[in-house]
Ligand binder design. Sequence first.
Ligand SMILES: Nc1ncnc2c1ncn2[C@@H]1O[C@H](COP(=O)(O)OP(=O)(O)OP(=O)(O)O)[C@@H](O)[C@H]1O
Ligand SMILES: N[C@@H](CCO)C(=O)O
Length: 321
Amino acid sequence: MAVYTDITDEELAELLAEFDLGAPLSFKGIAEGVENSNFLLETDKGRYFLTVYERRVREDDLPFYLGLMRHLAEHGFPCATPIANRAGELIQRVRGKPAAVVSFLPGLSVRRPSAAHCREAGRGLAWLHEAGAGFAMSKENDLGQESWAPLFAGLRPDAERLKPGMADQIESDLARIARDWPRGLPGGVIHADYFPDNVFFQGQAFAGAIDFYFACTDAYAYDIAIALNAWCFEPDGSFNITSARALVAGYEARRPLSSAERRALPILAHGAAMRFFLTRLHDWHATPAGALVRPKDPMEYERKLAVHRSAPDLVLFGEGA
Ligand SMILES: Nc1ncnc2c1ncn2[C@@H]1O[C@H](COP(=O)(O)OP(=O)(O)OP(=O)(O)O)[C@@H](O)[C@H]1O
Ligand SMILES: N[C@@H](CCO)C(=O)O
């Protein structure tokens, strides 16, 4: 359960006094998510989310994330929009931590996405890339390819604890990824955490995205690769090529890929699996037993790494193989 910060009625009243959101009707902590504390606030004027930023999110980066959400919403992309207080500020303070009030985004995420959901998710991702194209700010990807080897250097013992022999295998993946990593692909603002729990649907139709706190400037095709890993693996660990083709087709319905982007998808997917394996491995041993938040399983991503390692043409979908 990701509610790390308690908020008293007095603290809520103090915060709301800065806004014109109406009188509170209900206020409750949301159990989902692992990164931040989220509260659903209902007032006589509508529904809002209060997010208190807890760990990975650096305060200095908030103007980028919140500015991006505003920009996307202003350009017609459905996402939660930060709401400024009467003084025009987007960043608030709760218990000494940075916080923001954002609009409520209607829709539901899906736990087991179908190929039809994947197509819609792909379409939504291309829409996000298009809508973000004119955003004036940029932000380096702190968890980009160059960060992975140094990150793993501190995690070797953790990898060996999970599975003896794993560390050398990961080193060899890292070397292959570094050697083949594509440069110069078209890029701009990417979501960088476009997982099913961050995408909402209404019925089968894409209804929007949340959780822009890993967003950064990087190759668009890398965002697709992250999504292929997150959306197109079955619970038994197999890659669902039908779902993957649907996701890419949905994306291309709005933004066709160049042949360089398409050719790069396999190595980008291998790298994207590495990125989530590493952060999960880090959190796995850093989260104390009995903590409120259950860390995500690094082995799920170790299995995805193994799939990309053994079938490097998989994500080419039969083209150029
Ligand atoms: N603006 C919003 N509108 C509607 N629901 C929201 C909104 N923001 C968050 N939620 C709900 O709260 C849950 C947790 O939010 P979020 O995914 O941002 O948390 P997190 O701790 O950053 O999670 P993650 O583990 O994905 O990084 C979401 O699954 C969603 O159900
Ligand atoms: N989507 C991430 C969690 C952080 O948002 C993961 O599955 O590892």
